[in-house]
Each structure stands twice: as C-alpha cells, then as structure tokens.
Design a protein around this ligand. Structure first.
Ligand code: MTE
Ligand code: MO
Length: 199
C-alpha cells in the first residue's frame, strides 16, 4: 500500500537521520491536551467538510468507516521535542473526503469537539499526506489520544493533528488556529524547525 512507503523507507535509514533538529526519540506516547477530554460516542459522531462557499459534506461514523481505509506507519514529532517512530494507525485518507468536492481553497482549518482548532494548507492534506484515524496499534483510539477519531498530519508538528476532530473548513486565505494564534508557527515543519512564529 502506498501509505506504508514513508515508514518503510524510514526503517531503512539510521535513527539519527529520522530525527528532526532539536528532537529526542521516545517509546512513550505522551498525552498533550489543552483542555479536558471530550467524550464523543460514535453514534453521535459526525465529520463535516465545509467548502469555502459554505457547502457542507457530512459523514457519520458508519459512512466514514465505509470509505477506503489505509494503515499509515509514520514518525510523529511534537513541538515539545519528543518524536515517536513507526506509529501505526488505521483510518481514511483526506483524499477520500476531498474527492468530488469542488473547491479553489488554498487553506484549511480543522475544528475539534471541545473547541481546539489548527490550520493547515490544503496541499498538505492531499496525496496521502493526512488521514482521519480511528485506530492506533490495532486498537480503537483511546479518548485521551483523540478517540473516537483524530487527524494525523505527520509531516508537520503534532499540534497540527487535531484530536477529537469534528470538521474541516476550506478557506481561500490563511487563518490561524488555537496554538498558531498564541504564537506558534503558522506552518510547523519539523525538518525546518518551525516551532514559533519567526522560525
Ligand atoms: N483537540 C485537540 N487536539 C490536539 C491537542 C489539543 O490540545 N486538543 N494538542 C495537540 C498537540 S500540542 C499534540 S503534541 C498532539 C498530542 O497528541 P497526543 O496527546 O495523542 O500525544 O495533539 C494535538 N492535537
Ligand atoms: Mo504538541
């Protein structure tokens, strides 16, 4: 499967080459949440993609599970400096949600149950670069890690991977999410060490 290739290539490189500048590797899976963990039952769960013209596309849990599923194996990098190699997920590539959606948007804003938000350029959500995931290491995603479903955007710092995701808004212009408004970098590429605005 195409989505396995980044992790596969990764395992063939030395650990040092896989560690972005200023990061350290860990086997742990720390929990980083800006607020309390929202409890969202899969029966009530919905994911809404809203185009820049305000057209809403909605998927309930079963409809989301009926979309094509992939199993990305990727390294994740938190801006607090931990990196975790070869994390194994299962979920729906963003391409599947975007298919057939008419848009000229350039940016996107993820919104979460509980109120978190984070902005990502639309190009970083296409071509197997981002997934809505519901399974980690073979088990349903734990609530503290964003269950029932979260985003996975592994090319960017992990704050860009919204937990408890409820929707994404497509936008012509860049707007800033929760941490980005607080001074974090608007893009957040770990390989260019874009931690805070100005990096
Ligand atoms: N909804 C929501 N998503 C979020 C956060 C949050 O506080 N709320 N924290 C972000 C940050 S800073 C990181 S590093 C990762 C942490 O994910 P984890 O708790 O599963 O390690 O989630 C990101 N997504
Ligand atoms: Mo983070």
């Amino acid at each position: 499967m195409e989505s396995l290739s980044p992790g596969f290539r990764g395992r063939r490189r030395g650990v040092a080459d896989r560690l972005p500048p200023g990061q350290y590797p860990t086997e742990d899976f720390p929990v980083l949440s800006a607020g309390p963990t929202p409890q969202v039952a899969t029966d009530d769960w919905e994911f809404t993609l809203t185009s820049e013209k305000g057209v809403a596309h909605r998927w309930g849990w079963d409809a989301m599970m009926a979309l094509p599923q992939e199993e990305p194996v990727v390294d994740i990098h938190c801006v607090t400096r931990w990196s975790k190699f070869d994390t194994r997920w299962r979920g729906v590539p963003m391409d599947a949600f975007l298919e057939g959606v008419e848009t000229e948007a350039v940016h996107a804003m993820f919104e979460s149950y509980g109120g978190y938000s984070t902005n990502v350029p639309l190009a970083d959500l296409r071509n197997g670069r981002a997934w809505l995931v519901h399974t980690f290491d073979g088990y349903p995603l734990a609530p503290e890690h964003g269950g029932p479903a979260r985003m996975l955007v592994p090319r960017l710092y992990f704050w860009k991977s919204a937990k408890w995701v409820r929707g994404v808004r497509l936008m012509p212009d860049e707007r800033l999410g929760f941490w980005e408004q607080m001074g974090y970098h608007h893009y957040g590429d770990p390989w260019r060490e874009q931690r805070v605005r100005g990096d």
